[in-house]
Write a protein that binds this ligand. Structure first.
Ligand code: IFM
Length: 453
């Protein structure tokens, strides 16, 4: 069967990046300090020059995105560069971002800007970072400065990337700085993130009333390990509530529901003009009576999962469907702000891409208001505590020589963007192993019936 899943005109096709992961030389933030400590990053690696965007290589990478028919790009600002010490502003850093954003626009890449993507200036991390409520005012001050300086170039803003991940990884599992293991600190961080987002939302709209503002939520598909076990079902549901729902609902209705307490956060009500959705995978949870605390640790993938090379991500496109359905429940536009897989050899990425774009098409054709899709990521970049061991790029990067090499998925994604759709020819070429699933061949009986008609 030959067919195409077409998307509506004007659909945004892009890739997403984040400042610390691509710029290089970000020496004034908590992550740089963290990278200098032994055993924090896989193989003792560090962000170093990253993709050398600060040195100007964003130009060649934007050329790659544009020649791959992308029409949008999501990037983030590095707070520690713009405000290196409290309330002192580095205008040259803002000037760099102006040039970057102008460069994106000149290449036909409509920019979406994230104001905070994981990193904090050292001066702020030293004051307790997200666990200290003072961050709310600091963030608002930074946001006002950045938006006032860049508003002529940007109209879509993400205030904070993946609030749930920041709170859990930095304050509960401790793999992000400051490496805490405290439930109290985790819940404080979540609350302060919600308040900071709300303050930023109102400040942005005051400066730029027509702006579109949202959060990029990391939606993790969560299943009970044994669907017949009430305890497993309970733990999966509990995780769902605190991990996937708490922040998004707080920013929708102004009430933050965390275990043990529901707090009113009225200023956060209706502070999302769109739902930013980051979806990567779906994992399962089982309740272990001997180790109840593991209920909040990471989940597992069932045997036989279609795994990325290091086992970090399982290809579960049905989970993307659940994520989109969840996002649609908020009744506002949806933007897929991240989706992708680590795969240095590009052996699973093409089928991951094909199966997820098929799900995306289905959501669009249910008339769910999905405006765009940003693949993570344009080029291999520094993957936080996993260093350079995980490769998410459509383009491969040699971080030492700074050479880039196109992966087959870059060509595949370019064909999708150019056609504004996913065709059977593309899938047959790049991911033939899923062709029959995505474009089921007509059966013998059906063909006979069609011919007879
Ligand atoms: O690289 C990260 C990104 O910074 C945030 N979302 C998940 C990506 C892949 O792990």
């Amino acid at each position: 069967m030959r067919a195409t899943y077409s998307f509506p005109p004007g659909f945004r096709w892009g890739t997403a990046t984040a400042s610390h992961q691509v710029e290089g030389g970000n020496t004034n933030n908590d992550w740089w300090a963290w990278e200098q400590q032994p055993s924090r990053i896989a193989l003792g690696q560090s962000s170093g020059l990253a993709c050398d965007w600060w040195g100007g290589r964003w130009k060649e990478d934007f050329d790659r995105a544009a020649s791959g028919a992308q029409n949008a790009h999501r990037l983030s600002l590095e707070w520690s560069r713009i405000e290196p010490t409290p309330a002192t502003w580095d205008e040259s850093a803002l000037g760099f971002y102006r040039e970057l954003l102008r460069g994106a626009r000149e290449r036909g890449l409509v920019p979406m800007v994230t104001l905070n993507h994981f990193t904090l200036p050292i001066w702020l991390a030293e004051r307790g970072g997200w666990t200290n409520e003072a961050i709310v005012g600091h963030f608002e001050r930074f946001v006002r400065k950045a938006v006032a300086g860049l508003q002529d170039l940007v109209d879509t803003w993400v205030t904070i990337n993946e609030p749930n991940l920041v709170a859990f990884l930095a304050h509960l599992t401790g793999v992000f700085p400051p490496g805490q293991h405290s439930l109290t600190a985790t819940f404080n961080a979540i609350r302060n993130i919600v308040l900071a987002h709300a303050a930023a939302y109102h400040a942005i709209h005051e400066i730029q009333p027509q702006a579109q503002v949202g959060l990029a939520h990391h939606y993790r598909g969560l299943r009970p390990a044994n669907p017949r076990s009430p305890l497993d079902r309970w733990i999966a549901h509990f995780r769902e509530q605190i991990f996937n729902d708490a922040v998004a609902i707080a920013a929708h209705v102004g009430s933050l529901r965390l275990p043990g307490a529901t707090q009113r956060v009225p200023k956060a009500a209706r502070t999302q003009d769109f739902i930013g959705l980051n979806y990567y995978s779906t994992e399962q949870f089982g309740f272990n009576l001997l180790h109840p605390a593991r209920a909040l640790a990471v989940g597992t993938y069932p045997p036989g999962s279609d795994l990325s090379p290091s086992g970090f991500i399982a290809n579960v496109p049905e989970g993307f469907w659940h994520a989109l359905r969840w996002a649609n429940g908020f009744g506002i536009p949806i933007i897929v702000t991240e989706n992708g897989i680590e795969d240095a050899d590009d052996s699973i990425r093409p089928r991951y891409l094909a199966t997820h774009i098929r799900v995306l098409w289905r959501a669009v054709n249910f008339n769910w208001p999905v405006l765009g899709y940003y693949h993570w990521s344009l080029v291999d970049n520094f993957e936080w505590e996993r260093g350079w061991t995980q490769r998410f790029g459509l383009w491969e990067l040699d971080a030492v020589t700074q050479e880039r090499r196109e992966r087959p998925s870059a060509r595949f994604y370019a064909e999708i963007c150019r056609a504004n759709g996913l065709s059977s020819d593309m899938v047959g070429h790049y991911a033939p192993e899923v062709l029959d699933d995505l474009f089921p061949p007509a059966g013998e009986a059906e063909l006979t019936r069609l011919v007879k008609r």
